[in-house]
Design a protein around this ligand. Structure first.
Ligand code: UD1
Length: 430
């Protein structure tokens, strides 16, 4: 089994190039099947979730051609299936974007229902409510969402909860519906805007993405496009926390600083230096950093996907911090692992109370999900001695070359796959 081994204690120092945004790419890849013409997508992150999505696109009959590591050409004129295989849904929840994409283009889709997930219950009722409002008939049959429409017709939709997935999914279907759709209480995340920009580059008429009212005027069909995906806000934020927790000095390059403001603000509050450039942000950690409180909220609030990395950062400050998780109810699973490294965190419902400690000590820990896995790696890099993080399949779903990027910043970390290699690493770095 693959795992990361690291020897903590080195501050992360230097520059790191941030890859394309995974969550934007998942929506954009699904949307790319909505035209029969060629679509070229650049700045795709080379991570597992994206590669699974590309396989799913091929599986329903589209042609996918890799131009280079980060660029693909997709041609969906050969699609012969509106039914997506269960395997893909099990591997990536975001294959629910095929419902909106297929329904918009073919007025028909059959996609397995996403199962439970390890960060909490994740219903898709708002997605389905939106499709129904556009005139689709939705049934749940044999564990799948089966959607059909004679004609999709624009409508007025008010989301009961702010949902990134529902906003993107409904926007895709509505973009090829007849007439105007008004989507209220929409999510404002940077990747919602990126998917809207991508659809517009194919000929869609979407206005207001990035605000809470999105107006979509349906068009008859889309044409080909060439599009470059925005940088990954969460990957950038993870390295920014890496600088803070190891008391290092890291510049994240190729980012949109505006997307990082909620993270930058919290790092400033705890005493880090944060210097913004046009397309970079430099974070300098300080020996004494102090506590603060955080509540996760939809964008522009503090992102839930940065909650574990920030908790690890706060666990090594002076004072008591409080984190309120308001998006997903089961996102503190890493706390027990962090306790084994010396962290002092108590969880009560959706609130974690973090009493800062002077340092962590290395331990063998298991990554419970993607972002928590990355957070445990940051903890290991700040800890005294050796840390082994297992279950890193999760991390590889969303971070491109995580260990290589960390090594370039001075981290002593390796990807290994046997116990023998643990000893070798210990002897080598002793
Ligand atoms: C997306 C991101 C994920 C991030 C999350 C919140 C992708 C592929 N994933 O997930 O990394 O953590 O946004 O920023 O972009 N909800 C409902 N009914 C619905 C849909 C959602 O009640 O139909 C609830 C959820 O349970 C959750 C909240 O709304 O409490 C937000 O979920 P949502 O924004 O939909 O998350 P995802 O799109 O699944």
């Amino acid at each position: 089994m693959n795992r990361y081994i690291m020897k903590g204690g080195n501050p992360l120092v230097g520059e790191v190039q941030i890859s394309g945004a995974k969550n934007a790419a998942l929506g954009i890849l699904a949307a790319s099947i909505m035209t029969d013409e060629n679509v070229i997508i650049e700045n795709l992150p080379d991570v597992r979730d994206i590669n699974v999505m590309l396989e799913a696109i091929q599986e329903i009959g589209a042609r996918v051609e890799r131009i280079d590591r980060h660029t693909v050409r997709i041609n969906a004129s050969t699609i012969h299936e509106v039914s997506v295989d269960d395997d893909y849904m099990r591997k990536i929840r975001a294959s629910y974007y095929f419902i909106g994409a297929l329904l918009g283009k073919y007025k028909s889709a059959e996609v397995p229902l996403p199962g439970g997930c390890n960060i909490g219950s994740r219903p898709i009722d708002q997605h389905l409510k939106g499709f129904r409002a556009l005139g689709a008939r939705i049934e749940i049959e044999r564990g799948a969402v089966v959607a059909h429409a004679i004609d999709l017709v624009g409508g007025h939709i008010y989301l009961d909860v702010v949902s990134v997935g529902a906003t993107i999914n409904i926007m895709m279907a509505a973009a090829l519906a007849e007439g105007q759709t008004i989507l209220e209480n929409a999510a404002k995340e940077p990747h919602v805007v990126d998917v809207a920009n991508f659809l517009n580059s194919m000929g869609a008429n979407i206005k207001g993405a990035g605000t809470d009212i999105i107006r979509i005027r349906g068009v008859r069909k889309f044409h080909g496009t060439e599009y470059s995906i925005i940088p990954d806000q969460i990957e950038a934020g993870t390295f920014m926390c890496g600088a803070a927790v190891t008391r290092g000095d890291v510049t994240v390059k190729n980012v949109i600083p505006k997307h990082l403001e909620a993270i930058s603000a919290k790092l400033l509050e705890i005493g880090c230096e944060v210097i913004e450039g046009d397309d970079e942000v430099r974070v300098v950690g300080r020996p004494r950093q102090h506590s603060t409180n955080i509540k996760t909220l939809p964008y522009p609030g503090f992102p839930t996907d940065m909650q574990p990395q920030m908790a690890v950062t706060l666990a090594l400050t002076s004072g008591t911090s409080m984190i309120t998780e308001s998006i997903f109810e089961n996102r503190f699973k890493y706390v027990d692992e962090l306790t084994r490294m010396g962290g002092n965190i108590k969880v009560e419902g959706n609130v974690a109370v973090i009493d800062g400690v002077k340092g962590f000590t290395g331990a063998q820990v298991v990554s419970p999900d993607l972002r928590a896995g990355a957070a445990l790696v940051l903890a290991g890099l700040a800890a005294e001695g050796f840390t082994v993080v297992e279950g890193i399949g999760y991390i590889q779903r969303g971070y491109e070359c995580f260990e290589e990027k960390l090594q370039k910043l001075g981290a002593v970390i390796e990807l290994i796959n046997s116990d023998k290699e643990v000893n070798k690493f210990r002897l080598k770095t002793g």
